[in-house]
Design a protein around this ligand. Structure first.
Ligand code: NDP
Length: 335
């Protein structure tokens, strides 16, 4: 039996952002319809400041596939020159449970997270939203710029990052890559002021975006905090927004951006208007007024990783990419 190994550069070739956005739309709709099974992720704390090992399994009915992402998150990796997220997405087929592929999880996570934010932005940002602020300058910042350029006609891009030189490097690289001027701001407030779309993509533990800075009619993708102990948004930013999430169950268990305001008594579970998949399935409305602030709280879901791995597996066979290795599964007939 053979298993396909798909490395970082092959994932990037086989999961272009536009295709991933379409796959995420289908996947989030399927999740909302109950065509997927996804337990809460399990997170093992490791020695070191904020280091964890996460295990994220999921089953999809259409296409029939199961899988798991096994990933370490080492927030300090940036200075060491490694991605902060490292690991693999394993994809299994559903007839005999064979392991079909092992995929680079850094690349899948980078692309699918940005693609999901694009789905949310297409649904929730004002149609004329063209002024983009990115808070953060790492892997997710790059992916989110690419995704936002697809989701809306972006006219202006501002970036802020904790380390000014990182914001400058991001702006230089992104301006070249996308042929759009990226302005570097010295404060998050300067970046967010008047923006139509704000993406928070930092590993901050305390709020870096305050409600009072956010213009009426803005849409926010809050992506950087995926655990209950950290948040990027202050309480006011969440309370004043119409809140949509990737998954309710995950939000009430894992989202510091939601749980800190809840612990303060500023909001309850009813503040969650619904899941992105519920909007896609036509069950709930998205934006209902041009001056309201919409907020998408992203935590990242295993179904997104498994659906990405499935898409990659199909494309890899069409294009002859990836490396096949002999890998278990067959009974030893001589035995
Ligand atoms: P990178 O390591 O590439 O970048 C980290 C970014 O966070 C940098 O811009 C850095 O700023 C900034 N940062 C780090 N610490 C702080 C702080 N204390 N205050 C303000 N900014 C800070 O990480 P990624 O881009 O891969 O990931 C960004 C965040 O998104 C992480 O927290 C990650 O866990 C989360 N994530 C969420 C996903 C989801 O599905 N919702 C999926 C993947 C990642 P600088 O370099 O300027 O110091």
């Amino acid at each position: 039996m053979k298993t396909l190994i798909v490395n970082q550069s092959a994932v990037a070739q086989l999961l272009p952002m536009r295709e991933c956005i379409a796959v995420m739309e289908q996947t989030l709709t399927a999740l909302a319809r109950g065509d997927a099974v996804q337990p809460l992720r399990s997170v093992l704390r490791l020695p070191g400041d904020g280091n964890v090992l996460g295990m994220m399994p999921a089953y999809l009915a259409h296409p029939a596939a199961a899988g798991i992402k096994v990933i370490t998150v080492f927030p300090g990796n940036q200075s060491a020159g490694y991605e902060s997220h490292q690991g693999a997405v394993l994809l299994f087929e559903m007839q005999n449970g064979r392991l079909l592929s092992i995929n680079d999880a850094s690349a899948i996570t980078a692309i699918r997270t940005s693609a999901v934010s694009a789905v949310a932005t297409k649904l929730l940002a004002r149609p004329d939203a063209g002024d983009l602020a990115i808070l953060g300058s790492g892997t997710q910042a790059h992916g989110h710029l690419e995704a936002m350029l697809i989701a809306r006609s972006i006219r202006r891009v501002r970036v802020w990052s904790r380390t000014l030189d990182h914001a400058r490097a991001f702006a230089a690289h992104a301006s070249r890559q996308h042929a759009i001027a990226v302005e570097v701001m010295e404060t998050a407030q300067q970046a967010a002021a008047g923006a139509d779309i704000i993406c928070t993509v930092t590993a901050a533990r305390e709020p870096i975006l305050r409600g009072e800075w956010i213009a009426p009619g803005a849409h926010i993708n809050a992506v950087g905090s995926s655990i209950r102990a950290t948040r990027e948004l202050d309480t006011r930013a969440v309370v004043q927004s119409r809140l949509f999430v990737d998954r309710r169950e995950s939000t009430v268990n894992e989202a510091g951006d939601f749980l800190f305001p809840k612990q303060e008594g500023a909001l309850g579970d009813e503040h969650i208007r619904g899941e992105i998949g519920e909007i896609l399935a036509g069950r709930i409305a998205g934006r209902v007024a041009s001056d309201e602030i919409t907020l998408f709280k992203s935590l990242g879901l295993a179904v997104e990783d498994v659906a990405s791995a499935h898409h990659i597996f199909l494309r890899a066979q069409e294009r002859g990419l990836g490396d096949w290795v002999e890998f278990g599964g067959a009974r030893d007939s001589a035995g």
